[in-house]
Design a protein around this ligand. Structure first.
Ligand code: PLP
Length: 398
């Protein structure tokens, strides 16, 4: 055993983190261990749908922890049954498998599609995914992702994920062959900078997959659970996919994901899928409380209204500083900075007590809590405006 010389040394160094240690959170705010306060417009990458440590999640977890934490995935438990029923009552799917992360939900979707191929399509196993997509960090989901930085990593990858181009139906059609079993799409590509698939593309993709007997999988890990103003983003396109994956916001901050499928696509056989913590009542209790809170017309309307307001404010800033477009939907938005200054903006913001995310060197991604207030949006915009002015001024001096 080595005694770590610095507290950071005992954690695997898997990403460049700023030397800040967070110790408390409440709503839109985080505090570090020196007591400095930060306005959080990342929220764990769209995870804390109701902000940091919301009472709704605390109460659900506390009450459930006193009742039952983990019976065993070999048995039914009342809370996972309730959450599964609540989910399928609100969308086009019939069955749910709960997971501990988004990647695990996608890994399950990939296995489910392959099982469908074995059972119904002569062993077809290929799943068409998209350039610049992101589906997670397990080996199969990295292989499914179209993220350029993943290309050289962990070879040999899992095979069977040809990449098409979002909003280009011909590029999908060109990849369909005897081995194709499914197409897997993020309705809005989040990690690569908030690039939406159009409703027309999603409709055409549904029609194409149906005509060719293929499954359509939507990865709603980032776009689902109210993030874009409807409970699930695919509903805005008026389509009915065969499989959907959820993660991030579904647990309101705790590790919960879900794989949903129609009866036709839910073809797992005993032994195909499972996991020690899957569907544990503690996490499902949080999911149930979050779903109850989010799926109310007034709440979803506030996401739409605040999303429009935030987009309008970002457009104002863009015009003032000569930046580019504002993309996205609801409270998943990106501001195109037109220049590779995103890292500088994020660093300045951190210094000023504001947490922003830069998915690309030239863009910012905004994904506040779904219950963010106008005052918090106003404060973030004021701080961002000041930072852009400072960075602009620094460029002039240079
Ligand atoms: N799919 C999408 C669209 C995501 O945005 C993410 C996470 O950023 C994932 C999958 C992976 O989820 P997780 O990090 O919970 O494994």
């Amino acid at each position: 055993m080595t005694i770590a010389t610095h507290p950071f040394d005992a954690l695997m160094n898997i990403t460049a983190r700023p030397p800040i240690v967070f110790s408390r959170g409440e709503g839109a705010w985080l505090w570090d261990d020196t007591g400095k306060r930060y306005l959080d417009f990342m929220q764990g990458w769209a995870v804390n749908s109701l902000g940091h440590s919301p009472d709704i999640v605390i109460d659900a977890l506390t009450a459930q922890a006193r009742r039952l934490i983990t019976p065993s995935p070999a048995f039914y438990n009342d809370i996972s049954l309730r959450l599964a029923q609540a989910l399928v009552a609100r969308n086009d799917f019939d069955q749910v498998f709960f997971t501990n992360s988004g990647a695990e939900a996608n890994e399950g979707a990939i296995k489910l599609a392959r099982r469908y191929g074995t059972n119904h399509r002569n062993g077809a196993y290929e799943i068409i995914t998209f350039e610049d997509s992101f589906h997670g960090r397990t080996l199969a989901t990295m292989s499914a992702s179209g993220k350029k930085a993943f290309e050289a990593l962990f070879e040999p990858k899992v095979t069977g994920f040809p990449k098409a181009i979002t909003n280009d139906l011909a590029s999908v059609e060109a990849l369909i062959g005897d081995n194709t079993v499914a197409v897997m799409l993020e309705p809005i590509q989040g990690e690569s900078g908030v690039w939406p698939a159009t409703a027309e593309f999603m409709q055409a993709l549904r029609a194409l997959t149906q005509a060719r007997g293929l499954l359509l999988i939507v990865d709603e890990i980032q776009t689902g659970m109210g993030r874009t103003g409807t409970l699930f983003n695919y509903q805005q396109a008026g389509i009915a996919p065969d499989i959907m994956t959820l993660g991030k916001g579904i647990g309101g901050g705790v590790p919960l994901g879900a794989l949903l499928a129609t009866n036709k696509a839910a073809v797992f056989e005993h032994g195909d899928q499972g996991g020690t913590f899957n569907g544990n009542p503690l996490m499902c209790a949080a999911g149930l409380a979050v779903l109850d809170h989010i799926d109310r017309p007034a709440f979803l309307k506030s996401v739409v209204d605040n999303g429009h307001h935030l987009a309008g404010e970002l457009q104002r800033i863009s015009a003032r500083h000569g930046l580019g477009e504002v993309r996205g939907s609801g409270l998943l938005l990106a501001l195109d900075l037109k220049r590779p200054i995103a890292a500088a903006v994020v660093a300045e913001a951190l210094h000023d007590g504001l947490l922003l995310n830069a998915p690309r060197p030239d863009s910012l991604r905004l994904m506040p809590a779904l219950n963010v207030t106008r005052a918090e949006i106003g404060q973030m915009i004021g701080q961002l405006d000041a930072i852009l002015t400072r960075i602009g001024a620094a460029r002039c001096v240079a």
